[in-house]
Structures are given as structure tokens and as C-alpha cells.
Design a protein around this ligand. Structure first.
Ligand code: URA
Length: 433
């Protein structure tokens, strides 16, 4: 087989077969096929697309390019969720203890943030002492003991994706649905859970700009999951404005704690309850949506969801005192109010601009090797649909270094005001099961 023929075939719009896709992925990981040839194939895929068969074979080849985690020693149904990334998305922090408190097993490997989107590991590490590195055997033991663990990747999972993603990033090939779907699903499938819930976000702060493409991505990933034997479901959610109110690592941990106490922002709480309901049905712990929601509301009310989070933090050497007294979490030395320059209804908030602003404060990384500051970020006081008077605080900025006028202007430019009332956007567009 010659790789140039495979490029030619895709360039002319033909579907590749399984043997050709295996040849590509195995040869690329073994460094027998150079980047420039793979870049040409990726670009051909961007223009010509892939069939579902091709996308499933690609996912399968990527999934088997490295270690596949074996969670079979964990008793019970192992549930997992994945968000395609957004601003203020601290869902894993609150949702996983909720479902674990209801009896689901969560053995989760999470990632770090890059650019304007945050990462669960960075958020957890804002709790003093929290360890994200763990031997696989201890990870499994912890999930058997308390039902929940969130760690960084332990082994070499999906090396093909590391190479392909880096190449896609510099060749304008990120935004192709078969490539995104295979990238996400190969990593999720290699993580070993029995069920997967995908939160596919659309809007300003997300990978997919519109609902239609988010839906196509979700359906493609569900088809891959089902073909490869996993119960895979998806939610399509709005990321035109940040999720919840807090953007920034320790600030988001505090908001997750508030939510576990039943005092979180309405939109974020709703997302956790809806996602949790699907996960409990997937785990066969609930028969229907209504009873699953009741179970989740109950574990918030009786404190067992928060207790589950505290148990995980303790087991992973984090300072539990900071959970009981969130004011002990890292605090930025200075705060400053972002005030409305006009009166009116907020009819749009640009999540991307606010995510980039938080990153500029130090809450995120522009480059992989950048250090983040856990204390800094933005807490929103107003969201789309709210009315403000000129001079009202739109948000509190938690910062360490002085804020420039340019920074404040960029934050204000994220808001669009209208004289007439604007509807609050619907957060959950659809659940696809
Ligand atoms: N997230 C991933 O893991 N892969 C992609 O291709 C896009 C988003």
C-alpha cells in the first residue's frame, strides 16, 4: 500500500476502507508516514468528509494506538461525561459527586485547559495539596471505596490523537466533524467507562458555532459510540454566554461547592441536574428522568453530594478545610468592578471574549507551558436577559496585576445592550439518546 494513493483516493472524494485507515494510523504512530503526507490527507478529509464507516474505523484505529484503560475491577456501572469545552464550564466538579452520591461509579481522567477554555485538572489543583497523579491500581481502589476519582492521564492513551491534533492545529484542520468526533471518542473509549454522556456546546465560546453543526457532531459521536459498543448519549447546550457566574479556577471550585449545597446559579444547577439524570439512567440506577432528578435533588439536599466531593478531595490529599471554608481557597489580592456604561437589557454576552479576558488575568494558558494563577478570574453578576442601570456592577474582576483600560474595554465590549427586554436563552437545546 502506498500512502500517496490513499491521499489521492480521498482527494477524489472516495471512501477509504478499514485497511487503508489502519495503515495510515499505524504508520503515522510508528513514524513511517511523515507529517506532510498526513497533513495532505487531513486537508482532503476537511474538503471531502468521511462516511460514518470511515469515521468509526478511524476512531477504532486511534483508540488502539495506545493503552486502553481496564476498569473491569470496579464494581458497578462506570459512567463518564465529556464536554466539548466552554467558558465557566465547571460541570465535572459538581456533577460527578452528585451522580457518585446516587451510586454511579466515576473513574474519570480529565484534562487541562488551553486558551479560553478551562480544564478540570487546573480547577481541582486550586485546592491545596490536591493530587491528580495516581497509580492506576490506587485509582481503581479509590473508585471502589468512595465511588469517585478524577485524575490526569496515567498511561499513554491514544498517542495517535496527540500527533494528529498537533498537526491539525497548525494546518487549519481542526474544524472537521469526522476529525473532531474521532479525536474525542477515541479518548473517551480508551478511558474504559461503560457509558458516555457528551455535552456538545455551540455558540461564541465553543468549537461549534451553531446548533446544526453541534447536532451533527453529537450524532456522529453517538453513532461511533454505539458501533463500538458503548451507551453514548449527548446534550446540545448553549455556550453563547458563560456557564454559571464564575470564570477562573478557584472561583469555579467555589461555585461548584455552592451548587453542591443547592445554592449554585440556576443555569449551572439545571445543567448538572439534566446531565446527571441522563447519567443515572445510563447507569441503570433510575428508570426515568423524573425519578433520576429526584435522586439528584435529594443528594444535594441531604449533603451527600457535597460529602462525596469532600471524600474525593481528602482521598487525593487535598485540603478539605478549603471546601468547608471556601474563603480559604486561593484569593486574588485585588478586586475591581466592571460597571455598566449604559442602562438597558443585556441581550448578548460574548463568552469567548470573557474567556479570553479571564485567560489574560492568568486563569488560563495561551501556551501549554504557561503557569496559571488559581486565584484570578471574573464573577458575573448579570447575564443575558437581565436589566441593568448605568453604573451597576456587571461583574467583579479578581486580579493580581493592574488592569489596563484596554482590558476593561475588551470586557465591556463583550456585552450588547438593548432598550427592550431580551429573552433569557435556553441553555439545553436538546438531549439525544
Ligand atoms: N476536543 C478534542 O479532544 N479533539 C478535537 O478535535 C476537538 C476538541
Amino acid at each position: 500500500m502506498r500512502f500517496v494513493d490513499i491521499i489521492e483516493k480521498k482527494k477524489s472524494g472516495q471512501a477509504l476502507n478499514k485497511a487503508e485507515i489502519d495503515f495510515w494510523i499505524n504508520g503515522y504512530v510508528a513514524q513511517e508516514i511523515p507529517d506532510y503526507q498526513v497533513a495532505a490527507l487531513l486537508m482532503a478529509i476537511c474538503f471531502q468528509g468521511m462516511t460514518i464507516d470511515e469515521t468509526v474505523w478511524l476512531t477504532d484505529a486511534m483508540l488502539h494506538s495506545g493503552d486502553v484503560i481496564d476498569l473491569s475491577k470496579i464494581n458497578g456501572v462506570k459512567v463518564d461525561k465529556h464536554s466539548t469545552g466552554g467558558v465557566g464550564d465547571k460541570t465535572s466538579l459538581a456533577l460527578t459527586p452528585m451522580v457518585a452520591a446516587c451510586g454511579a461509579k466515576v473513574a474519570k481522567m480529565s484534562g487541562r485547559g488551553l486558551g479560553h477554555t478551562g480544564g478540570t485538572l487546573d480547577k481541582l489543583e486550586s485546592i491545596s495539596g490536591f493530587q491528580i497523579d495516581m497509580e492506576e491500581s490506587r485509582f481503581i481502589e479509590q473508585v471502589n471505596e468512595i465511588g469517585l476519582s478524577i485524575i490526569g492521564q496515567t498511561t499513554q492513551v491514544v498517542p495517535a490523537d496527540k500527533k494528529l491534533y498537533a498537526l491539525r492545529d497548525v494546518t487549519a484542520c481542526v474544524n472537521a466533524i469526522p476529525l473532531i468526533a474521532s479525536s474525542i471518542m477515541s479518548k473517551k473509549l480508551a478511558s474504559g467507562a461503560d457509558t458516555i454522556l457528551l455535552d456538545v456546546k455551540y455558540g461564541e465560546g465553543a468549537f461549534m458555532s451553531d446548533v446544526a453543526s453541534a447536532r451533527t457532531l453529537a450524532k456522529t459521536m453517538i453513532a461511533i459510540g454505539k458501533r463500538l459498543g458503548k451507551d453514548t448519549r449527548a446534550m446540545i447546550t448553549n455556550m453563547n454566554q458563560p456557564l454559571g457566574n464564575a470564570i477562573g479556577n478557584a472561583l469555579e471550585v467555589k461555585e461548584a461547592i455552592d451548587t453542591l449545597h443547592g445554592k449554585g446559579p440556576a443555569d449551572f444547577t439545571e445543567l448538572c441536574l439534566e446531565a446527571g439524570s441522563v447519567m443515572l439512567i445510563q447507569a441503570k440506577l433510575a428508570n426515568d428522568h423524573a425519578s433520576a432528578r429526584k435522586m439528584l435533588e435529594q443528594v444535594i439536599q441531604d449533603g451527600s453530594a457535597f460529602a462525596k466531593f469532600a471524600a474525593m478531595v481528602k482521598a487525593q490529599s487535598g485540603d478539605v478545610e478549603e471546601l468547608y471554608h471556601p474563603e480559604k481557597l486561593p484569593q486574588a489580592p485585588v478586586t475591581c468592578e466592571l460597571t455598566a456604561q449604559e442602562s438597558g437589557y443585556i441581550c448578548d454576552m460574548n463568552a469567548l471574549s470573557l474567556g479570553v479576558a479571564a485567560m489574560r488575568l492568568g486563569a488560563g494558558r495561551a501556551l501549554k507551558e504557561d503557569q496559571i494563577d488559581p486565584s484570578v478570574g471574573i464573577v458575573l453578576h448579570k447575564k443575558v436577559g437581565d436589566h441593568v442601570e448605568k453604573g451597576d456592577s456587571l461583574a467583579t474582576i479578581h486580579h493580581r496585576t493592574p488592569l489596563s483600560q484596554d482590558f476593561m474595554d475588551a470586557c465591556l465590549a463583550a456585552y450588547t445592550f438593548h432598550e427592550t427586554a431580551c429573552e433569557k436563552p435556553q441553555l439545553i437545546e436538546e438531549i439525544i439518546e
